[in-house]
Write a protein that binds this ligand. Sequence first.
Ligand SMILES: N[C@@H](CCC(=O)N[C@@H](CS)C(=O)NCC(=O)O)C(=O)O
Length: 222
Amino acid sequence: MAEELNVLRTWSSPWGLRVVYALKMKGLEYETILEDLKNKSDLLLEHNPVYKKIPVLVHNGKPICESLVILEYIDDTWKQCPLLPQDPYERAMARFWAKFGDDKLLPSIRSGFYTRGKEQEEGVATAIGNLKFIEKLLKGKKFFGGDTIGYLDLAFGWMANVISIMEEIAEIKLIDAETFPLISAWINNFSTHPMIKDLWPPRDRMIEKYKAIREPYLRKEA
Ligand SMILES: N[C@@H](CCC(=O)N[C@@H](CS)C(=O)NCC(=O)O)C(=O)O
């Protein structure tokens, strides 16, 4: 049976990009259905009634939600170019760090981005502390997956997409090459990888978007 793969996402969402990167790594054809999150489609509400969020992968009519769950589904369904490591301990660790990225690292980076003054300094310090764990994971490796891009690289793709944009807008420094030589090299390796670079959202549009997202938080603070 011909596979039908649709991805509900937005042009900029790092969680949506996780899914299309994975499909591309596996060499699968898919259609993107772009969502307007201010006016969610009936299709999105029907396919993700619990969270009402993108991304959703629709495989032969069946929806799968939550980007990390979707990555595992893709890896379980199509065996070429494995994303998760084969070793059970390594698999568990990849899942652990992906969850750390979403639950701990990202909120700390956001708290440095959406604030000013002392609160911002504290957010940046916490984020830098969290990034130190990530730096250690890259010791002796080009990618989190080793020599090739794997599940954890796709899970951390948002770091390559978004951190430098947040740094520029909020005038903060999170990743400098001296403190984080391995993360800096990874960002370069990941963002220039042939499977990844064509799907990269344009920087000027991202800057505009993230400025607009930040603005209401600063107004609330003032
Ligand atoms: N944990 C979710 C996060 C997805 C997410 O935050 N999606 C955002 C766009 S980047 C969304 O759909 N927001 C709409 C809303 O919150 O109403 C995942 O990994 O898929």
